[in-house]
Design a protein around this ligand. Sequence first.
Ligand code: BGP
Length: 482
Amino acid sequence: MPTENYKFPADFVWGATTSSYQIEGAVSEDGKGEDIWDVFTKEDHRIFEHHTGETACDHYHRFKEDVKLMKEIGLHAYRFSINWARVLPDGVGEPNPEGVEFYHNLLHELHAHNIEPVVTMWHYDLPMALVNKYGGWGSRQIVDDFEYYARFILNEYKDEVKYWLTINEQSIVVNYIDRKNKLTNEQKFDPKFRYQANHYMNLAHARAAIAVHEIVPGGQCGAALDMAPYYPHTCDPKDILAAKNASNFKNYFYMDAYIRGEYTESVLAYLKRQGLMFDIQPGDMELIKKGSECFDFLGINYYQSACVKAPTPGAARRSKQNNKIGKGGHVVYEVQPDLFEGCKNEFIGDTDFSMPIDPVGLEYVLEDINDRYHIPVMICENGFGAYDKLEKDGSIHDPYRIEYIREHIKAMKAAIANGVKLLGYNPWSTFDLLSTSNGIAKRYGFVYVDRTDDDVKECKRYRKDSFYWYKNVIATNGKNLE
Ligand code: BGP
């Protein structure tokens, strides 16, 4: 039977995704503590043209209307994150009752509409209090404090949430350490810092995963990793070796820690050779191993694939940068000295923001993960960022988004046909929200939020064409993709 004729299992979960800072707004209301995004969006203008999440999509005040829209589209699940500093303004210690209540109210609303919550504990927005106290992920103390936070929210919401994701896109936080964190100067110029921070994240994740199993009846724990397959530029064995190196360095290094409870040996050897090795204390690897025994499913955020070749001798280390202006071109490719160098894949096109569009890559990563780890997977993000236009009659025509999601759903069918245990699909994003790189102008949602980067207007919600299309996909359990 051709793979396109395969069906999604009857219990397949169709959902959609957001994250707290990008959607909530109300950044200084009702006792919320400051988080790193509150600070660096203003100070260093980290988001294109100085945009902040002060209002975002005003979800904090409109969550009831938003949950009704989720119900209308037919979502089985909604993935969102808890803002750590909203519930624990100082990162640890005294909780903020109004913040705690906000998430109870949201969860109550979701359950009243029969929508399963999938909750991320930490999606980039670290409390500033912990950065001021000891430099955030730069100190081992964060492992205890993350566990404190995890245990607090698990005890608080254990009867309302079964699916927990500990950390969003750890590999992105590590690879873009200066863009996703508020760093001290010392941290900024310490090349080892990101790998030490990564080790602390693995310890923190392990403590939280153990806590999910201890506290939540029937709790399921995962983490959401950004995932791109790394293709060789040519069949020159040096390019093929570069692609293998990139897969180890960018993907397996993180998955091996979560799922197998160990570090990928070739990556450790490379870090040692480059003078970038981090400190591992006695007991750390035992904890990471124990955490892996509590890891039930892998969340993956899939947007794009990547292409690499043998590194140019002597090329300096740098990370990838897509264009921010939405006009194509302007990509700076990643270089890891003596390991691999990014380059353009001539076989696939890309978005106006230079993200390669590659549905086949989704099938590739899903099957690769299944063959290597035999673990259930939940797609936690996948989506198309574009400039959408609100027409005078309130319609928004986004055929490019429908096309993108349709092709990725076909890839999911093929992966299921090839044995992948796919739990669900949560495209990014439920509503338009603040892009971490491009502000509100780059939109991903099924629901259009009427505001611009300069004028928050009333944030009125409008249904896009993709809203009606996805509704029909869900209603037919992925059968009707037209
Ligand atoms: C993922 C993040 C999301 C979201 C998305 C879109 O990496 O988990 O938080 O930001 O990418 O990317 P961007 O915000 O750069 O447009």
